[in-house]
Write a new protein. Structure first.
Length: 149
């Protein structure tokens, strides 16, 4: 992110420096941390927009167990159908295979999807999914944006 090439692609001034953690950004977003958003999701789903929830399998901060604990409190007409849908294994496409294996797609995590609500668990990732599993994160986001989940 701090390379000249990266800054040029992103149209970022050469003098800007990317840092892992920004105290000013954290301070501005602090009021949103640990707030319940379950009441905000149903209107989005009812409007026909897709929602993707995801966590790293080893996320100790906002992990899978926490999401699965608050999801039942959400008031969405199709929630029981969503929970009745089986969670399935998500495999990486050919372009995101495990190292030293260019032929067989591999386990990437788990996915449960019904209607417009999708929950994905990213295998081998902690709290910072794109840093821990960049290929899996890219695959997940691309599939979501393309409507292929």
């Amino acid at each position: 992110m701090n390379s000249a090439e990266g800054k040029a692609v992103l149209n970022v001034p050469a003098s800007d420096v990317w840092v892992y953690h920004s105290a000013p950004v954290h301070a501005h977003l602090n009021d949103d941390i640990m707030k319940p958003y379950s009441q905000l999701i149903p209107p989005i789903l009812d409007a026909g927009l897709p929602v993707l929830l995801y966590q790293g399998q080893m996320d100790m901060r906002d992990g899978v167990a926490a999401t699965m604990a608050w999801l039942p409190t959400m008031r969405w007409a199709k929630l029981s159908e969503w929970f009745a849908t089986n969670r399935t294994t998500w495999v990486s496409p050919a372009g995101a295979v495990e190292p030293n294996d260019n032929t067989v797609p591999k386990y990437a995590g788990y996915i449960r999807s019904f209607g417009r609500l999708t929950h994905m668990t990213v295998g081998g990732a902690g709290h910072l999914v794109p840093m821990d599993q960049p290929e899996r994160a890219q695959d997940m986001i691309q599939r979501f944006v393309r409507g292929q989940l």
